[in-house]
Design a binder for this molecule. Structure first.
Ligand code: SAM
Length: 306
């Protein structure tokens, strides 16, 4: 089979497009790398990885091996959760010397349940530019296949490993109206899906996205009650890396009453627009729905005052 990459003119055109952008020196480039399939790298990521002076990597051995697959060899510097602050100081010094540095994690987008965020803060605090390059993330990959229930979402990442702490966090999230996205490791996947059903009830939709972009990729959508049973039915279903997307809490009268109470208080000091905006931030509910509700409450208030 002929690969489109064997068309030299196309490859040249794509790399010229990547080259058209300016890539300032003294800047940190936050570069997403694949979450499984090595081909899931952008042309621009390859261009920048080829251009930078060094690569800040969560695991330098992994990254050197990945870069070798693309025919790139660069000096690497380790930046992981245990040294991110001190490594950031060294990297800022290199940037001040007008280097270009790429920041990558082991897989996917740096800073998403991965090191990178503190380095970004340090670079920005030093008054230097941070330039993000979009690419793979398990978060967006799973959401893209979740369907309508994943439309509005909150990213939670890994839940606490200890049962009691996990249950506390899930209790806090139980009435959150948007879909919730979790990352989970294989040895806790059954336990976590069970805890989700206990905290949120049996009925909500669940997407179990496993080994995305890899040979044994599977996406299974079911209810929260069915999740643990489905996983336990076959040991292979518990292997690999997981993203869980859980449908948000249904609107209840209790939630509406709570929103009205919050909006009424905010409307004592604020405009309808500001009250809706702040209530949306505090509750996670839709800003438009809260605006409509706030408008009604404000009109009712005006009527009462007549
Ligand atoms: N920075 C990464 C990203 O952008 O998605 C996430 C890194 S986090 C340390 C690793 C977790 O992401 C895994 O435990 C798993 O929950 C999720 N993950 C990463 N790759 C995955 C894949 N190919 N399929 C499913 N989940 C994946």
């Amino acid at each position: 089979m002929t690969s489109f990459l064997s068309t030299p003119a196309l490859m040249l055109q794509l790399s010229e497009l990547a080259d058209d952008q300016t890539y300032p020196t003294g800047a940190l480039y936050v570069v997403a790398t694949p979450i499984g399939n090595v081909a899931d790298i952008t042309v621009r990521a390859l261009h920048v990885l080829g251009l930078v002076d060094r690569v800040a990597a969560e695991d330098t051995r992994n990254t050197s091996q990945l870069l070798a697959r693309y025919g790139i060899a660069k000096p690497t510097i380790a930046v992981h959760e245990h040294n991110e602050k001190s490594a950031a100081e060294r990297l800022v010094a290199y940037l001040k010397d007008s280097e270009r540095i790429a920041c990558v994690s082991d897989a996917g987008t740096p800073g998403i349940s991965d090191p990178g965020a503190r380095l970004v803060d340090a670079v920005r605090d030093a008054g230097l530019p941070v330039i993000p390059l979009p690419g793979a993330s398990a978060l967006t990959t799973a959401l893209s296949a979740a369907g309508a229930f994943g439309g509005g979402f909150s990213f939670i990442g890994f839940l606490p490993a200890k049962g009691r702490q996990r249950a506390t966090q899930l209790r806090i999230l139980a009435n959150h109206p948007m879909a919730l996205v979790f990352y989970e490791a294989p040895h806790r996947i059954v336990e976590t899906t069970r805890a989700l059903a206990e905290a949120f009830g049996d009925e909500r939709q669940l997407l179990i996205a496993r080994e995305l972009t890899k040979l044994h990729e599977s996406l299974h959508r079911c209810t929260l009650a069915e999740g643990p049973t489905w996983l336990e039915a076959d040991a292979n279903r518990q292997r690999g890396e997981f993203v869980l997307v859980v449908e948000g809490a249904p609107e209840t009268e209790d939630a509406e009453d709570a929103h009205d109470a919050l909006l009424s208080t905010l409307l004592e000091e604020l405009s309808v627009k500001s009250a809706a905006r702040i209530a949306a931030t505090l509750t996670g509910a839709s800003r438009n729905a809260l605006y409509e509700r706030a408008l009604k409450l404000a009109r009712r208030g005006d009527g009462e005052g007549d």
